[in-house]
Design a protein around this ligand. Structure first.
Ligand SMILES: Nc1ncnc2c1ncn2[C@@H]1O[C@H](COP(=O)(O)OP(=O)(O)OP(=O)(O)O)[C@@H](O)[C@H]1O
Ligand SMILES: [Mg+2]
Length: 260
């Protein structure tokens, strides 16, 4: 079993504090969902875990199986088993999807242990078929001209090929049609198991109808303010966030939605 621990994490962007003490522990074999109003720091948490340079960790810890993640460069974090599917995946013209995937897989392997081209192609074909992706997508430049839904599906392809220990999925369900939502969920459920833990950021219960989370967390004001099981997501869908604010005495003016 592996563990990703986030302890009292404080993060600033351009001198403004966005995360104000996030605590969260994810084990492999667990799926966690984070929900919360716009602008409360969910994507900031994802970027900080992955080591985006714009997000300055001012205090707190991120520990992956006893190792200090904050001391690792972005590529070292990926090698250590962390994977982020971004809310807005970037386009990389000039690099084909297949080339990108093969380098990403090999970056996690020792020298001399690289995946053979044959094995890579076999696995890529199989996974793309599983995700109902047209074959030509593998030869297109990464995300270039991909539709919103195609980008999201492609993030799941990457995750299934790279096989990270922890996948952080930022709004993987946004912009998906019903069939794509089912396919993306099928991919995530396929990863579920002993060697994989997942943190899904989502606004909607819809995704959680297909992937039952073990834990649901609510993020507000740059903190995890409430945690529960799958039923918490159902209540949020039905009632919104006002009841949590009332329960915890959170004032709207405290919420970090205003522009700096
Ligand atoms: N690169 C950046 N530069 C300036 N401000 C930023 C940057 N990234 C995030 N912020 C600010 O930090 C706050 C939290 O943003 P974040 O993207 O983490 O929210 P979120 O919870 O993911 O929201 P959403 O549900 O809308 O995706 C917002 O006020 C946002 O404007
Ligand atoms: Mg976001």
């Amino acid at each position: 079993m592996a563990t990703l621990e986030i302890k009292d994490l404080h993060v600033e962007i351009d001198g403004k504090e966005i995360l104000k003490g996030v605590n969260l522990t994810i084990n492999t074999n667990e799926i966690h969902a984070i929900m919360g109003p716009n602008g409360t720091g969910k994507s900031t948490l994802a970027s900080a875990i992955m080591g985006h340079p714009k997000y300055e960790v001012t205090s707190g810890e991120i520990i992956l199986d006893g190792e200090n993640v904050l001391e690792m460069e972005v590529d070292e974090r990926a090698q250590a088993g962390l994977f982020l599917a971004m809310q807005y995946p970037s386009e990389i013209p000039g690099v084909t999807n297949a080339d990108f995937l093969r380098s990403a897989i090999n970056a996690r392997r020792e020298e001399g242990q690289e995946i053979s081209l044959m094995k890579f192609i076999r696995e890529l074909d199989k996974t793309m078929e599983f995700l109902e992706m047209p074959e030509e997508m593998s030869q297109r430049y990464l995300n270039e001209g991909f539709s919103g839904g195609e980008k999201k599906r492609n993030e799941i392809l990457q995750m299934m090929m790279i096989k990270p220990t922890f996948g952080i999925l930022d709004e993987i369900d946004s912009g998906l049609d019903i069939d794509a939502l089912k396919v993306v969920s099928k991919g995530i459920n396929e990863m579920r198991g002993e060697g994989f833990g997942c943190l899904m950021i989502t606004h909607y219960q819809r995704l959680l109808n297909y992937i039952t989370p073990d834990h649901v967390h609510v993020m507000m004001q740059g903190k995890v303010v409430k945690s529960g099981g799958a039923e918490l997501a159902q209540r949020l869908e039905a009632e919104g966030y006002e009841w949590i604010k009332a329960e915890l005495g959170i004032q709207d003016t405290d919420v970090v939605t205003e522009e700096a």
